[in-house]
Structure formats: structure tokens, C-alpha cells
Design a protein around this ligand. Structure first.
Ligand SMILES: *Cc1c(COP(=O)(O)O)cnc(C)c1O
Length: 414
């Protein structure tokens, strides 16, 4: 089913025309499709059916409470990278039992918070972090469940900013150090070793790098087995890419199927940490054309969304499809679609052929992941509203920020 489709000359999200949402909630506005999100989760659940598993949604892709709620109802767990994200899970779901805590810089306060909340495990990224978790758990008289994120040193062939599994990246325990570190943890009275895993990058469009990482990690799993360390789970991370333009990422069933084939009969629960592949194509950024600025060299369509709303084009030179919400007859012109922010890097798309008039609505497609969650208040711009469509209903799931709130915590000199 197409969750974003043109009907009667207008782009709809499920049964709701985007023009109606702009009238009701204003622009810029993120719009998500609950059905698209559920369908994406369903693909993972189906691919893992018959196998003990937990799909831990990576909150950093989009941490709106409604997104977490929808996924929790389907049985999802969560992959977090901060105490703030843990608080979001607890607010949306009520408990933290299905939370895995990733990230290279967990503070002592975050470790305490996570232990108190009873998370499933820490994904440990260094010897120093392991020592800190151990001492805090000892002090609290508890046993901390730890899984190890191994850096398998494989090239994910994605944008360097979102590659995380190369030796030169800051992430994970070096492959050569992992066995000794896990053994040390297994001998601790304050730690309980529950798993091992990897996460090698984001927006990967081939299965091969995942397979290469898994092959290395399985060597470790087997070596640990010979050491007498039986793991509960194997965490295959996130990183599966989506189609923004013409990418051809593997289907979830093929990607998961290939990895499960490699795991074979090993009695391990399978964890996955998808973010982008669950929410990326379940959301659009709705924006309105403020001005048209035709020029000899270039023509600009200046819209009311900007790099502070959707940073990916400015940050990664990422490409998002930009489509008019309503059909407009007439010859297209080639526009750079730009925002009001005072940076030349403030563009949402370049050289797009569009027939436009002032006041028209545009949808920036595939904006569900790393859109709102990376947004900022640069230029003292209130963050956009967020709406989730569910069939014929539309729910405001985050109100548009108000300007006064943006400097409410600031103080002039006394
Ligand atoms: C970002 C991240 C993910 C999710 O990555 P996607 O590319 O959005 O699937 C999963 N695990 C960890 C540890 C991450 O940092």
C-alpha cells in the first residue's frame, strides 16, 4: 500500500490530504503515517518470526513519544544513546525493560539512571566504560547486564559521517580486545554478560558489509563459547538504508534472512536496532513557498522550512525528493529550494524542476528519520509541529514551539 499517494490532484498521507493538514496545523510541519511505521516494523517482525528476537528501535532517528508508543504497542524494544532518550521511553512506554543503552560516552549519572530503571543491557563500547559500569553496579549492590559492541573494522561504504564500524571510528571495542574484555566482565560479580553485537553505520544499501561484520563477530561468539561464556543474545545493530532517490537497499526479509542464515543454529536471541528503516519513509516535511526569486544564473524557491528543520541536506549533502502537494499546470522551472536561514548551506534541494507559485505547498519526502530529531532553533526559529496521521484522523503529536519558550531559560545581567 502507498501511504503517501496522489489522489484527486493532491498528495495524501493515508486518507488525509496534505493541504488540509497545512490549513489546520500550519507549516513547516512534519507529518508521519502510522500505517507506514507499522508496516515497516511488520517487515522486521515477519522476517524474524519463529526466532526469539527483539527489534529495538533506535530513538535517535525520531524520538517523538507517539512514534515510541506506536512501536511499543507492536512489541518493539528501544535502542537509546542518552539519559534523555531513556526518560522518553519511560514516558511513552512506562518501563525500560526492553531498552538497550548504546553510545561511547555514558555518564555516571546516566549509568545510575539506567540501572535504576532496569534496562535490558548496556551496549559497552570501551574498557573504561566497562570499569565505570562495574564500579557503579558494585556500589549499588546490583549486577549490571552488559553486551559488547564490537568494532569489526569493516567498511560499510556509506557517507563517512555515518560510518561507525571502521577501526578509525570512535565506536565499539576493538575486535582484537573484545575476547579478553568479555572474559574479564564474565568474571565480575557486579556484571552479567548477556550479549555481543555490532553497528557499523547508517544508510547501508548492501548486505555484504553486515555479513562481513557478522562473520567476524560470530568468530568471537564461538571463541567465547569455548571459554565457557554462553551469551543470551546477538545484536545485529541497525543501519539498513532506505530509498531516498534511486538507492536499492535490500528488502528487510532478504537482509535479515541472510544474517539469520549466517547465525545458523546458534541458540541466541536476535536483537536488531533499526532506526531509519522504520521511520524514514514514514514521514514528510510539509512546507510552504514564501517567495520565488527567479534569476539569470539560478532561480530560488524560498520556503518556510529550513536547515534547522531538516539538516540532512546541509550536513550530508543528502537528497530528498521534493514534490508539490497540489498539481499545478504549466511549465516547470529549475529551482534551488532554500530556507530563510542565513547560510548558503541552507538548502533542502538543488536544481529541482517544479511549476510553482508563491503560497504553494511542497512535501519534502522521506523526512521521518533524522529530521525532527536533528532539528535546532538556529536563527531563533521555533521547531516545527509534528502530526501523525492514522487513517482519516490526524493527531498533533508535538505542538509547534513558541518563540518565548526559546529564550525562557536565558537571563540578562542583573
Ligand atoms: C544510530 C544507531 C542505530 C540506528 O541506525 P539506523 O541507520 O537509523 O538504522 C542503531 N544502533 C546504534 C548503536 C546507533 O548509533
Amino acid at each position: 500500500m502507498a501511504f503517501f499517494a496522489r489522489r484527486d490532484g493532491q498528495l495524501h498521507v493515508e486518507s488525509v490530504p496534505l493541504g488540509a493538514l497545512a490549513a489546520r496545523f500550519g507549516t513547516p510541519c512534519y507529518v508521519y503515517s502510522r500505517a507506514a511505521l507499522e508496516s515497516a516494523f511488520g517487515a522486521f517482525a515477519a522476517a524474524l518470526a519463529g526466532r526469539d528476537h527483539l527489534v529495538c528501535y533506535a530513538l535517535k532517528a525520531n524520538s517523538n513519544l507517539a512514534v515510541l508508543d506506536v512501536l511499543a504497542r507492536l512489541g518493539a524494544g528501544f535502542d537509546i544513546v542518552s539519559g534523555g532518550e531513556l526518560a522518553r521511553v519511560i514516558a511513552a512506554v512506562g518501563d525500560a525493560r526492553k531498552v538497550v543503552f548504546s553510545g561511547v560516552g555514558k555518564s555516571a549519572a546516566e549509568i545510575r539512571q539506567a540501572l535504576a530503571a532496569g534496562i535490558l543491557c548496556f551496549n559497552v563500547e570501551s574498557a573504561a566504560e566497562l570499569a565505570r559500569i562495574e564500579s557503579i553496579a558494585a556500589e549499588l549492590g546490583t549486577r549490571a547486564a552488559v553486551s559488547f559492541r564490537v568494532n569489526p573494522d569493516v567498511d560499510p561504504k556509506t557517507h563517512p559521517y555515518i560510518s561507525t564500524g571502521l577501526r578509525e571510528n570512535k565506536f565499539g571495542v576493538a575486535f582484537g580486545d573484545a575476547r579478553a574484555l568479555v572474559r574479564r566482565a564474565a568474571a565480575s560479580r557486579s556484571l552479567r554478560v548477556v550479549g555481543i553485537g555490532f553497528h557499523i553505520g547508517s544508510q547501508l544499501t548492501e548486505t555484504a558489509p553486515f555479513a562481513a561484520a557478522l562473520e567476524r563477530v560470530l568468530v568471537l561468539v564461538d571463541a567465547l563459547g569455548r571459554d565457557g561464556i554462553a551469551l543470551d543474545h546477538l545484536d545485529l545493530g541497525g543501519g539498513l538504508g532506505i530509498r531516498y532517490r534511486d538507492e536499492t537497499p535490500p528488502a528487510v526479509a532478504d537482509y535479515v534472512g541472510a544474517l539469520l542464515g549466517q547465525v545458523g543454529g546458534r541458540a541466541l536471541r536476535i536483537l536488531l536496532e533499526p532506526g531509519r528503516s522504520l521511520i524514514g519513509n514514514a514521514g514528510v516535511l510539509l512546507t510552504r513557498v514564501e517567495y520565488l526569486k527567479p534569476g539569470a544564473e539560478r532561480s530560488f524557491a524560498i520556503v518556510d522550512a529550513a536547515m534547522n528543520d531538516l539538516m540532512r541536506p546541509a550536513l550530508y549533502d543528502a537528497w530528498h525528493d521534493i514534490v508539490p502537494v497540489a498539481d499545478r499546470p504549466g511549465p516547470p522551472r529549475r529551482y534551488d529550494v532554500v530556507g530563510p536561514v542565513c547560510e548558503s548551506g541552507d538548502f533542502l534541494g538543488r536544481a529541482r524542476d517544479l511549476a510553482l507559485e508563491e503560497g504553494d505547498l511542497l512535501a519534502i519526502m522521506s523526512a521521518g528519520a533524522y529530521g525532527m530529531s536533528m532539528s535546532s532553533n538556529y536563527n531563533t526559529r521555533p521547531r516545527a509541529a509534528e502530526v501523525m496521521v492514522d487513517g482519516a484522523a490526524a493527531h498533533l503529536v508535538r505542538a509547534r514551539e513558541e518563540v518565548a519558550g526559546l529564550f525562557a531559560l536565558e537571563r540578562k545581567f542583573p
